[in-house]
Ligand binder design. Structure first.
Ligand SMILES: *[C@@H]1O[C@H](CO)[C@@H](O)[C@H](O)[C@H]1NC(C)=O
Ligand SMILES: *[C@@H]1O[C@H](CO)[C@@H](O)[C@H](O)[C@H]1NC(C)=O
Ligand SMILES: *[C@@H]1O[C@H](CO)[C@@H](O)[C@H](O)[C@H]1NC(C)=O
Length: 319
């Protein structure tokens, strides 16, 4: 019995050794987490645009190594009104990222879409996801650690793309538009990989059609069009991610179904300890028991549940 399991183990070890490096991902080895995305992911920093970014904005993309290394994360200055998933995942809530349990280098920018080549810039300060990666490549990549095996890039984009597409009446062929948008997105991943970020986790778009966003969204955006846009984006994203992984065996591509986490919470808010799944309006009430912090951003509690799910998923990738 013992011998049998021993030889099974050896066999497994031989098999594991022959697998490409992508199967050796271990969350416990990850020390540096890079984040690219939008308001669901940004943290505010001393050298950033308060309420939008950790460092820089579109009118001031460049920064010096010195400001990068001395920019501090400001606590509770995310779109949730408290901490966000990136902070819960890394334990990096404030101060210098380099002093955190896991270093959080967050280039996400509030209001970002994948690229201004596809959709108008929301503000002239907005750094879109393609530009975030270029900004990182130009001013940060050679300054910050990105050791292979210890580094993870997390991508959470497409939320603003879906709402912006939904509102835009000139976009009639939504599927074709999303195809072109995703073509750019995966070119952006290639840009990151050329600059030695080769371990990726990609999250999909949560069901913002279940937030109060639609109460104020202009025509032609309605529940049907928004749902269809998100579902098309997520379906195509999954297909593209699988293709990218196949085409780039030297990189590791993981995906995480963030939408499912939101659907679970919103399907049974009471089970998760939420008492209200409409949005937080009170000043004195405890926002911890609410799902939504405002009409389109979830509360810290939702971010924490998401981070816990994500960490569990990442641990599952350990062989
Ligand atoms: C930013 O946009 C505002 C109006 O939205 C405009 O007045 C201003 O000139 C713009 N700034 C730059 C630097 O383009
Ligand atoms: C709608 O999308 C088109 C095509 O991308 C773009 O040129 C136009 O500026 C958008 N309109 C608005 C109001 O955002
Ligand atoms: C949630 O809050 C909204 C807005 O304050 C209120 O109208 C609604 O009744 C609340 N729902 C529950 C289940 O408490």
């Amino acid at each position: 019995m013992l011998l049998q399991s021993l030889s099974a183990l050896l066999l497994l070890a031989a098999f594991a050794a022959s697998l490409p490096t992508q199967n050796s991902f271990r969350w416990s080895d990850i020390e540096y987490v890079y984040v690219f995305g939008d308001s669901y992911s940004y943290v505010s920093g001393t050298f950033g645009l308060p309420g939008f970014s950790f460092i820089g904005d579109a009118t001031q993309v460049a920064f010096t190594p010195q400001s990068l290394l001395s920019s501090e994360i400001l606590p509770d200055k995310t779109s949730s009104g408290g901490a966000n998933w990136a902070e819960y995942l890394t334990g990096c809530y404030e101060g210098l990222p380099s002093a955190c349990p896991r270093q959080l280098w967050d280039f996400a920018h509030g209001g970002a879409v994948i690229s201004a080549k596809m959709l108008p810039r929301r503000r002239n300060t907005t750094v879109e996801v393609d530009e975030q990666v270029q900004q990182w490549a130009d001013y940060a990549a050679d300054i910050l650690p990105r050791t292979e095996g210890k580094t993870l890039a997390v991508w959470w984009a497409g939320i603003n793309d879906c709402t912006t597409i939904c509102k835009n009446e000139t976009i009639t062929d939504v599927d074709a538009y999303i195809d072109a948008d995703l073509e750019i997105y995966f070119n952006v991943l290639e840009n990151a990989a050329r600059n030695k970020l080769r371990t990726h986790l990609i999250m999909n778009v949560p069901p913002i059609d279940l937030s109060a966003y639609l109460e104020t969204a202009p025509a032609p955006c309605d529940v049907k069009r928004l749902r269809r846009t998100i579902s098309s984006f997520n379906d195509k994203l999954a297909v593209r991610a699988a293709k990218y992984a196949k085409d780039h065996p030297e990189q590791l591509v993981m995906t995480f179904d963030a939408a499912a986490v939101f659907r679970n919470i919103l399907g049974q808010p009471y089970k998760y300890g939420f008492t209200n799944s409409s949005y937080f309006t009170g000043q004195c009430e405890d926002q911890g028991s609410w799902v939504w912090h405002n009409d389109e951003h979830p509360t810290p509690r939702v971010h924490r549940i998401l981070a816990m799910g994500l960490e569990k998923h990442l641990r599952g990738h350990c062989l």
